[in-house]
Design a protein around this ligand. Structure first.
Ligand code: SF4
Length: 315
């Protein structure tokens, strides 16, 4: 029998937007104490949310659930302007943990709306990032598409100005296919110099494609509501390698890995690296003698500035 191999992806741990959002909540806990209110899951990861809840963070969706004299942190995924307005009307201080790469898309959405440009927004309906970005576009100019059928159904007059924006955590390959379809239907569509898919999503998908060349099974650690983690499973499968997502290392049934000789492990951008380490330890325990191959990270140190309200708080 061949010796089993374990291959670890070139990307590890949190992306810069998640580091920033978690850092903001930590600093708010120190500055304002508990209960601390956060609108929406600060990042889409079960273990991060459970840890904050155990320390007095209350996650809410409706600003009405925040008492008037408290601050509220807005999640990394971005928030629609109507919600900022609700907070302002109730004199609730907002500490904004929106990832700056999402804010960049919001700014572009506002510029298009100001010019009266129709915006085709590619993303997953119901995902907080899409809801937040859509809120920055005038409703009569907004066209949300998820797939090719949605593009076929678009009835925007060809004589109007049209642009495309995307969620930051989509599949690179699927999105370029959809943009190509849009360009065929609307040759004058403004696509921008670069798509809006962020560096962390791109790096993780590229790393999975590399793993897929070597592995016959790829485990993606990530929560079921994490868009970028689910796209990693799809990327592996599109590359011809079996793959599944697991939220926590203890959730895995290791027996199902027995038929595979070369197992790859990767994780979404909001997954604490400790979960990857725990999974590796369990795999080594379950398959003694498994050869572990680790590759250097492709990510440079990227850091985003903190909001002024918590910049001076030391941890
Ligand atoms: S996945 Fe990308 S857009 Fe989302 S928080 Fe991370 S860096 Fe920002």
């Amino acid at each position: 029998m061949a010796t089993k191999e374990l291959h670890l992806a070139h990307t590890k741990g949190f992306c810069a937007g998640v580091v920033n959002a978690i850092d903001i909540v930590e600093r708010c806990l120190k500055k304002y104490g508990t209960p601390l209110y956060v609108r929406h899951a600060i990042v889409h990861n079960t273990s991060v949310i459970r840890d904050f809840e155990s320390r007095g963070v209350i996650f809410i969706e409706d600003i009405a659930d925040v008492p008037a004299d408290h601050v509220v942190v807005f999640s990394a995924h971005g928030t629609e302007p109507a919600v900022y307005k609700q907070a302002q009307e109730r004199h609730i201080q907002v500490i904004d943990a929106t990832c700056p790469l999402v804010t960049k898309v919001h700014r572009q959405a506002l510029r298009y709306t100001a010019r009266g440009v129709h915006v085709v927004l590619i993303g997953h309906r119901g995902h907080q990032e899409l809801i937040g970005t859509a809120g920055h576009i005038r409703p009569e100019l907004l066209h949300i598409v998820e797939d090719a059928a949605d593009i076929d159904a678009l009835t925007i007059p060809a004589s109007t100005e049209i642009a495309v924006l995307t969620q930051t955590t989509l599949s690179l390959d699927d999105t370029s296919g959809l943009i190509h379809q849009l360009q065929k239907k609307y040759p004058h569509i403004i696509t921008g110099k670069k798509e809006d898919i962020c560096y962390a999503t791109q790096n993780r998908q590229n790393a999975v494609k590399e793993l897929a060349k070597i592995c016959d099974m790829i485990i993606v650690i990530g929560s079921p509501n994490s868009s970028n983690s689910n796209r990693l499973v799809e990327t592996a499968k599109h590359s011809g390698t079996a793959s599944f997502i697991v939220d926590l290392p203890e959730d895995i049934d290791f027996k199902r890995l027995t038929p595979f000789d070369r197992i790859g492990v990767t994780s979404g951008a909001s997954v604490p690296h400790i979960l990857v380490d725990q999974l590796i330890t369990r795999l080594i325990q379950y398959f003694p003698g498994i050869n572990v191959f680790e590759y250097p990270s492709v990510e440079n140190d990227i850091a985003f500035p903190l909001p002024p309200a918590v910049r001076d708080v030391s941890l």
